[in-house]
Ligand binder design. Structure first.
Ligand SMILES: NC(=O)c1ccc[n+]([C@@H]2O[C@H](COP(=O)([O-])OP(=O)(O)OC[C@H]3O[C@@H](n4cnc5c(N)ncnc54)[C@H](OP(=O)(O)O)[C@@H]3O)[C@@H](O)[C@H]2O)c1
Length: 324
């Protein structure tokens, strides 16, 4: 199979290469980035691949899949060209997530919509993927009505420049880098710019994408998204209300058997313990305000599950459903 990655030198692009290896995808890879990284050597299954500069005609070749992760503007310009050339595009940016005819996919939840589909497929926002994987199995049993979530999001969620900003500050720099405030030894209650309603873009993405992926247009939801001085791994404190009465032990069992979810009873997970996990980790499950509500602690690797892993799982699901 022939696969291209656009944005291959970034936090997510590099992890896409790793995930393709780990999921044992047998592929011939073409890697693209900007001219800054032209000529960089990257590795795939011990083969060396030279990164090429993305140009207007780069994606006119026929690929089985093109994975985009070079920012929204590049996806807006290049993904339609790639799709028109007959390629299936998996786009990791926010460029196409609100386009109604483009599927927004977490394969464990709504992957079946990929059957017979060709064109651009949107990969959801990182903080949404880990949340919906945990909420969906509970929703199927108890009927989700309302979600209140506060996030604690790592600097790698802002790309490599976020990682560099924190690393430099740890070495004594006074430069705020890409953030509005110092991030080392601090927390910043803003991810993306503020809208007229007072919510920031990341919060708005979580509201829209959660409702869309769970097919719950009337879901009541409030997110507060916060950047924290953690390198990798997003955490979320989740409160959820349901239509039906919950049995707490049963809810734990439901989470234990849910795809791509790891449920931890009597202990909890922090970003530091995640290792190479591709799962959404749920711990500290307890009743909320009554026996129709739950609250829990949710942690996942944003660059893996929140981006590269979900993209590769979309690829695998799409191939599985459309191979004749
Ligand atoms: N990080 C996360 O946790 C996460 C999660 C979900 C979604 N996303 C989304 O994924 C995208 C990439 O994020 P990231 O974290 O990987 O960012 P990043 O570390 O900043 O990497 C950006 C990548 O895009 C490439 N690029 C930039 N401008 C380009 C251009 N004009 N032409 C071709 N390539 C260009 C860069 O190449 P150079 O090396 O040449 O600069 C690099 O490979 C963003 O849209 C982000 O919102 C990120």
């Amino acid at each position: 199979m022939k696969i291209a990655i656009v944005g291959a030198t970034g936090e997510v692009g590099r992890m896409m290469i790793t995930c393709l290896e780990e999921f044992q995808i047998d592929a011939e890879l073409d890697l693209y980035a900007s001219e800054r990284s032209e000529g960089t050597i990257l590795y795939f299954n011990d083969d060396t691949i030279t990164v090429k500069k993305l140009e207007e005609n780069s994606l006119q070749n026929k690929y089985d899949y093109i994975l985009f992760s070079a920012g929204g503007a590049i996806s807006k310009n290049y993904a339609p060209l790639a799709a028109e050339a007959g390629n299936t595009v998996i786009d990791n940016t926010s460029a196409w997530r609100r386009t109604v005819h483009i599927p927004l996919v977490v394969p464990e939840i709504n992957g079946d919509m990929l059957k017979g589909y060709e064109g651009i497929i949107a990969n959801p926002n990182c903080s949404t993927i880990q949340l919906v994987l945990a909420l969906n199995p509970l929703h199927l049993k108890y009927g989700l009505k309302k979600v209140i979530v506060s996030t604690y999001q790592s600097v790698s969620g802002s790309g490599h420049k976020g990682v560099q900003t924190l690393e430099k500050q740890k070495q004594g720099s006074d430069d705020n880098g890409i953030y509005s405030e110092r991030i080392e030894l601090n927390v910043i209650p803003q991810i993306g710019s503020f809208q007229d309603d007072g919510y920031c873009q990341e919060e708005d993405k979580m509201h829209y994408e959660t409702a869309r992926i769970l097919s719950l247009p009337d879901l009541a939801m409030v997110a507060t998204t916060v950047r924290v001085p953690v390198l990798y791994g997003h955490s979320e404190a989740v409160y959820a209300e349901f239509e039906r009465t919950i049995d707490l032990a049963e809810a734990g069992n439901i989470l234990s058997s849910a795809p791509s979810v790891k449920y931890h009873d009597n202990t909890y997970v922090t970003p530091h313990n995640l290792g190479k996990s591709n799962d959404s980790h749920v711990s500290r499950l307890r009743f909320g305000t009554d026996n129709k509500s739950l609250t829990f602690w949710n942690v996942a690797n944003n660059v893996r599950l929140g981006a590269a892993t979900n993209a590769v799982r979309i690829l695998i699901k799409h191939r599985e459903l459309n191979q004749s």
